[in-house]
Design a protein around this ligand. Structure first.
Ligand code: AMP
Length: 283
């Protein structure tokens, strides 16, 4: 496994692999790998000849007062996990390599970036779309794998890839969960044991909503209210948003149907957690 820090070196290696007829699959991350990331790498391993993992805590997608400085980092541990997962190349640039002095170019996707996490975290998706565009240009992937855990991010990346005619196939992977249901996230390490227990309210609320839908309820406002009440019963939980949206447009829905996804963002203490689920079970 090779570790590359310089964008130009990564790009030259990627172009050489392609000239040699090999396909590249790519998993972009901010590191501090967990089993959710490993499920993406496993899919990437299957889908390409050369598997590239990027590890970059991207400053432009963090807002003022967010956790950029505190975001967990452990490159040594990540390297060991990546090697086990069959990664061929880790691309781990520094912020100065990605955004050298004088850097002035940003990619902006309109519309679907303005709701949900985009409304709560202004500028977040501009940072995401900018860094993903740069990473695609540097890594030259044929296939890129993203998690449905960041449901809106995946929708935004699909929109951007289509709009800019980027020659990359985008693959979404299901949310990987702890055995008790908590969606895996690098940020879960911020939770105290008591907050960790309270954080189960996210996956439990999703489960309850799916049960309501299965038993015939389809009034989105009523389901949202139930979920809000359930979350607010946890002493350290504060709802950022609870929304039922169309899975492609991310527009709010008033009546639940097979396209409905329930999206949650909840602060548990200082930690902002997100989770989501489609509401109608696949046949
Ligand atoms: P991050 O390192 O948090 O930026 O995530 C990198 C990639 O891993 C993104 O595509 C995430 O959606 C995905 N990911 C994060 N957590 C999970 C999870 N629990 N299950 C599946 N994919 C995940």
């Amino acid at each position: 496994m090779d570790i590359i820090n310089q964008p130009l070196q990564m790009q030259q290696r990627a172009l050489a692999e392609k000239r040699a007829g090999r396909t590249i699959s790519f998993v972009p991350t901010m590191g501090y790998l967990h089993a959710g990331h490993l499920s993406l790498l496993e899919e990437g391993r299957r889908r390409g000849d050369v598997l590239v993992l990027s590890i970059f805590v991207n400053p432009t997608q963090f807002g003022q007062g967010e956790d950029f400085e505190d975001y967990p980092r452990d490159l040594e541990r990540d390297q060991a996990l990546a090697a086990q997962a069959g990664v061929d190349i880790i691309f781990a640039p520094g912020a100065r390599e990605m955004y050298p002095s004088g850097y002035a170019t940003y990619v902006d996707v309109e519309g679907i970036t303005e709701t949900l996490c985009g409304a709560s975290r202004p500028g977040h998706f501009r940072g995401v779309t900018t860094v993903v565009t740069k990473l695609f240009t540097i890594v030259q992937p044929d296939v890129a794998i993203f998690g449905e855990k960041d449901f809106q991010q995946l929708a935004v990346i699909r929109r951007m890839t289509a709009d800019l005619n980027l020659p990359v196939k985008i693959v979404g992977m299901p949310i990987y969960r702890e055995v008790d249901g908590l969606a895996m996230s690098s940020r879960n390490v911020y939770l105290t044991p008591d907050q960790r227990r309270q954080a189960l309210v996210l996956s439990q609320s999703l489960h309850e909503a799916r049960t309501m839908v299965a038993s015939g309820h389809n009034d989105a406002a009523m389901i949202i209210r139930q979920v809000q009440i359930r979350i607010s019963a946890q002493p350290d939980a504060r709802v950022d948003y609870v929304r039922i949206c169309h899975c492609l447009t991310l527009e709010d829905q008033s009546v639940v149907d097979e396209n409905s996804v329930l999206l949650l963002a909840v602060f548990v203490g200082q930690t902002r957690l997100i989770d989501n689920a489609v509401l109608v079970a696949a046949q």
